[in-house]
Unconditional design. Structure first.
Length: 472
């Protein structure tokens, strides 16, 4: 059973990743019958899922959901997919390579996840043999990324050339560019988690959707290949479901329950977390750099037993995340040509209290899309594009990237590489990280930031930061 009652999940977790007691402060997840699709017939008010760090909980504000009667779980298109196909309850409401490979093996590549329109490296990829299937879905299997086909904006300030096209999709006029300023560009991105959406200020990695409603319609018509848009009641039901979900890590293998001894980790406090747009904006004059205060109480713990040591490490990691000051340079969306550097901390960008999104609708380019990504990131299997700016204030400059980001929506050179700042809660269950799956582990994430912004972290500090991120 993909989502099971507390007792059974605890036994499963113990077998898979060591003993992981569920938080006693939360309701006990109830039993649910398995449906033919692998999604429970009833998704309970609180569900618990094992992940490599321990156990995560998802809480539904509206109570249990009968999945067969909810549009989020229904196939509304022509290819067998539902929202839950790519937003798996067992994978932090996204998908992971581990789960994807299991689905591929069990169904021999027939699961609705494996569809040519966006699951394959190109819609023209042959899938007539098992070997060809593996090749076609190589990026989905290895990084959990889907192909996103975007038209070149009519008002683009740049021309495009394909520097590297490992899958032949961008240089084929039938599926890709037809000239330096027309056609379609295919990029490869992770599905954002369909949970904790109450805290988001932009929809999609590149902010191309105005609302969750327009996103639901676009996903149904695109990813599910529907011939008509979902009905207004179906749209409302999908949005209501995903807007009422909250997911957070409940236990870690080393520290145990994350809401003991004064700590406020776990999904209960998250569901009650206040949020308003711009509430902790660094430019507001009311910015509190200590955006995370989940484990403040653990800073004063004493003792040398393994659980106490693990809790102390999480608390140190939270403090580093909040307070370690460094110079932030060359981050379009935050820095400008007039002000090329900013003194800040991790919470300068991840400033929504106890969540980690950016509290205003601002997308940023931290360099993850750069073709010459640092060793901590793996972008070797992604296509590479060169954008030459021919208009606007950046005319004459060139950018070599694996994904133009928001620029493919706005057409502006200043938006090249810019992506949304995602929520950080529930991270442990949905590796790999960043929009392109280039960071295999949270250790790689920390390693990227340590090098990118010269944080000078010691090995212990890197470990503490990873432990903190796993406890979100």
């Amino acid at each position: 059973m993909r989502v099971a009652r507390s007792a059974r999940l605890t036994k499963t977790a113990a077998a898979l990743i060591g003993a992981a007691a569920l938080s006693p402060a939360l309701p006990v997840p109830m039993a649910s019958a398995q449906s033919a699709t692998g999604i429970p017939a009833v998704l309970d008010t609180v569900t618990a899922t094992a992940n490599p760090a321990g156990v995560a909980h998802t809480f539904q504000v509206a109570g249990p959901t009968a999945t067969a009667a909810n549009a989020f779980f229904q196939s509304l298109g022509t290819n067998g997919r539902s929202c839950a196909t790519c937003h798996d309850p067992q994978a932090g409401w996204s998908v992971t390579p581990t789960g994807i490979n299991a689905r591929f093996q069990v169904t021999q590549g027939t699961d609705p996840l494996f569809r040519l329109n966006d699951g394959a490296t190109c819609s023209t990829a042959p899938v007539d043999t098992p070997i060809n299937q593996m090749r076609a879905y190589a990026l989905l299997l290895s990084k959990g990324v889907f192909r996103i086909a975007l038209p070149v904006p009519a008002n683009a300030q740049f021309t495009l050339s394909v520097t590297s096209d490992p899958y032949g999709c961008n240089t084929n006029p039938a599926t890709g560019l037809t000239s330096a300023s027309s056609g379609t560009l295919s990029v490869y991105r992770r599905p954002l988690p369909a949970t904790n959406l109450r805290f988001q200020t932009s929809v999609m990695w590149d902010g191309r959707e105005a609302t969750l409603t327009t996103q639901a319609v676009a996903a149904t018509l695109g990813h599910a290949e529907a011939t008509t848009a979902p009905s207004l009641p179906q749209q409302a039901q999908m949005v209501a479901f995903e807007s009422g979900e909250f997911t957070a890590q409940a236990t870690t293998n080393a520290a145990g329950p994350l809401d003991l001894l004064g700590a406020t980790g776990g999904v209960g406090p998250l569901a009650q977390q206040p949020f308003t747009v711009g509430m902790n904006d660094p430019n507001s004059g009311l910015f509190d750099r200590a955006a995370f205060k989940l484990y403040t109480a653990w800073q004063s713990l004493t003792g040398a037993d393994p659980a106490t040591l693990a809790r102390q490490s999480i608390a140190r990691g939270e403090q580093i995340f909040n307070t370690r000051a460094f110079t932030i340079t060359n981050v379009p969306g935050l820095t400008t040509q007039a002000n090329p550097s900013v003194q800040g901390s991790c919470t300068t960008c991840h400033n929504t209290p106890n969540v980690g999104t950016h509290s205003t609708n601002v997308l940023m380019n931290i360099g993850v899309s750069n073709a010459n990504a640092p060793a901590a990131l793996d972008v070797a299997s992604l296509p590479v594009f060169t954008l030459t700016c021919v208009a606007g204030p950046l005319a004459g400059r060139t950018f070599t990237v694996t994904d133009p980001g928001q620029a493919m929506i706005t057409g502006r050179c200043s938006d090249i590489g810019r992506m949304k700042v995602p929520a950080l809660r529930g991270l442990a269950g949905r590796a790999p990280y960043f929009h392109n799956g280039s960071a295999t582990t949270l250790g790689n994430v920390v390693g990227f930031y340590n090098g990118r912004f010269n944080l000078g972290l010691t090995q212990q500090e890197r470990t503490d930061l990873v432990n903190f991120l796993r406890a979100l």
